[in-house]
Design a protein around this ligand. Sequence first.
Ligand code: ATP
Length: 239
Amino acid sequence: MNTPLLSLQGITACYGNITALHGVSLDVPAGQIVTLIGANGAGKSTLMMTIFGNPRARDGRIHFDGRDITDMPTHEIARLGLAQSPEGRRIFGRMTVEENLRMGAEFAGNRDYERELAHVTAIFPRLRERLHQRGGTLSGGEQQMLAIGRAIMSRPKLLLLDEPSLGLAPLVVKQIFEVIADLNAREGLTVFLVEQNAFHALRLAHRAYVMVNGAITLSGTGQELLASPEVRAAYLEGG
Ligand code: ATP
């Protein structure tokens, strides 16, 4: 039996006395793309942040690569090989593209900067053209590439992406999802993708989960959920 690379068991998380996650369990097997879809406010970003320990899980356990990381400090978790591209991208607007990328490598203690820079700019040639430009001057799509590129600079075992399609034009969304699929297919990168854009996310996913009000209500392969009447009615039709 293969143990999953990331495994969440019964995760509960709160903001003060508001419970945002109610006993969430899910697995991300190595080499797969797993997606979590759900409406605005369902708790997807909270789940992503809880994996990194902020907020802390109040109940349940989180295992990554054979270790219990539930109570580990965030900077130690990053050094184990989890990297995230957060919702809203959060790139450093006044720093250059290159400086942003360097931060990604340094944050995780990866010192082979030149090799990683060559790797990331091969994936995103646009970033190579913009290396000395300030992050804040990039287009939305380029900023998303930078956020993903910065995460990949640490050569993570697992890439967590929080709504990479947010606010981007359809053509750019398509490009971003193609890059994610490619990273998985060609490099075997394991991806946990949180999305409101259910159609694209499910098409890409080996396995998928649906979150409603902080709880998982459905799971299956990406294809199964794409065909599910409940998913179609709630997330795919009229959207
Ligand atoms: P979105 O895609 O809009 O970010 P989401 O599915 O990621 O939605 P969360 O942002 O995780 O949802 O929010 C889940 C719930 O927790 C919501 O009810 C939200 O109002 C609440 N929440 C999120 N962040 C905080 C916070 N810092 N303090 C208090 N409540 C919060």
